[in-house]
Design a protein around this ligand. Structure first.
Ligand SMILES: *Cc1c(COP(=O)(O)O)cnc(C)c1O
Length: 441
């Protein structure tokens, strides 16, 4: 290991770069997240001058002396205020994950963040940290299918109850559900917006106002958590609209290359510390290699999401007018869709972009939808979303095959509905592909 003088230049004086790992401002100018993704939270001088963080493959960390080891465990166990100090064991944290967490939080100006091994392990750890038998989770519906399973079938086994309201619910409807739920102990309000797979938006501001009103005289108000996988962090930032905790499947837009599975949770230090204790206990943190991959992904997050969003605008404008198309369920069309005024109002208040995931309803039924899917040449037939490549899938026959018919009908998951996630390809190439595939119907 070279000594400090070698790392920092002559005389051991730290170079400016070595002290700039926390640079957040230049003069009065607050740096944008896209700039901070290149260096924030990593000091090359501590890693042989490496421009990029090495991948720290180690299960444990060496204490400089016995007193430091004691000090660490005093922090972990609460015997000393201030919490844990430094790294000790890789189930708790590691350098790559810590840099990732520092950078993740920046996008939504969250006080703190945690990285997880999947979106579902993030959600499961949140629920385990926040609930106990007899508690109620109030949630918007529909939710990502595995999240619904987790609440209904798994937490249900441990005596956790739930109540839900539909994603597009009004303040009055939310008030009614929260009033009913308050007869018990509401541990958590859990939202997903846009909802998967309907793209229905939840009025986060109305949920926060309702929670504050219904629990005005309560000792503690239940926190509001929201799954922001579809529009975050670029096009929707729920902490600004009254949410307390934001959850991500980083597998999607944040990872963005369809080559990893990971999750994230963002929020205040107090909430994050509660969730961190559970993660430390059960070990749902992501591994160092995945964290490193995500650091690379975050450097291009704004570029990728912007391009995918621009592509979706062009592709959806083309699809909407195609003779083989019945309808396009794209958030960007809400403002001029008759009957969608309430959703359009939520969209205007909460979202800064329409994303690149939408549903295409072709004329006909399953046979027509399948012919379209089988004729695609650029777009790949696969579940998931938010990658650099365009993907298409058939929810009724794939992800939602086991959903009962009445529920599918209520959610509008029809046999002629195709789910599309637009990537960063050339927009006109994508249009050519969709055109020839539609004409093959
Ligand atoms: C994919 C997804 C999840 C689950 O994330 P994994 O990384 O697959 O565990 C949760 N919520 C939403 C909205 C998703 O799209």
């Amino acid at each position: 290991m070279p000594d400090e003088a070698e790392l920092t230049g002559a005389g051991g004086t730290p170079s400016p770069a070595a002290t700039d790992i926390g640079v957040e401002k230049i003069g009065d100018r607050k740096l944008r997240p896209s700039t901070m993704m290149m260096g924030h939270g990593f000091d090359p001088a501590l890693s042989e001058g490496a421009l990029k963080p090495p991948i720290f493959l180690t299960s444990t960390f060496v204490f400089p002396n016995a007193a430091a080891g004691k000090r660490h465990f005093e922090g972990v166990t609460g015997k000393r205020p201030g919490g844990a100090d430094g790294l000790v064991y890789s189930r708790f944290n590691g350098p790559n994950q810590e840099i990732l967490e520092d950078r993740l939080g920046i996008w939504e100006e969250a006080e703190d963040a945690l990285a997880f091994s999947s979106g579902m392990s993030a959600i499961a750890t949140l629920f385990l940290a926040m609930t106990k038998p007899g508690d109620t989770i109030v949630h918007s519906g529909p939710l990502y299918a595995a999240t619904e399973t987790l609440i209904g079938r798994i937490l249900g086994k441990f005596g956790v109850k739930w109540l839900d309201f539909p994603a597009g619910a009004t303040r009055e409807e939310i008030d009614a559900v929260l009033t009913e739920a308050r007869t018990g102990h509401v541990a958590l309000i859990y939202l997903e917006s846009p909802a998967n797979p309907t793209n229905a938006l939840v009025d986060i501001e109305a949920v926060a106002a309702s929670r504050d009103a219904i629990f005005a005289d309560a000792d503690e108000k239940p926190p509001i958590a929201i799954d922001n996988t579809f529009l975050g962090p670029l096009w929707q930032q729920p902490l600004r609209h009254g949410a307390d905790i934001v959850v991500y499947s980083l597998t999607k837009y944040a990872g963005g290359h369809s080559d990893l599975v990971a999750g994230g949770v963002l929020g205040s230090k107090a909430h994050i510390n509660t969730i961190r204790s559970m993660r430390n206990t059960i070990g749902t943190i992501c591994d160092p290699h995945t964290a490193w991959m995500l650091l690379r992904s975050l450097e291009t997050l704004e570029l990728r999401m912007s391009r995918a969003g621009e592509n979706a605008v062009k592709v959806c404008a083309f699809l909407r007018d195609h003779p083989k198309v019945e309808r396009v369920g794209y958030l960007g069309f809400l403002p001029d869709t008759p009957g969608m005024e309430r959703q359009a109002d939520i969209y205007r208040r909460h979202c800064t972009g329409a994303g690149s995931t939408f549903s295409l309803i072709v004329k006909g039924g399953e046979a027509e939808a399948f012919r379209f899917l089988d004729a695609l040449r650029i777009a790949k037939l696969a579940v998931s979303l938010g990658g650099t490549e365009t993907l298409a899938s058939h929810p009724a026959a794939m992800t939602h095959l086991s959903v009962p018919e009445e529920r599918k009908a209520a959610l509008g998951i029809t046999d002629n509905l195709v789910r599309i996630s637009i990537g960063v390809e050339d927009a006109d190439d994508l249009i050519a592909d969709f055109d020839q595939a539609l004409n093959a119907i």
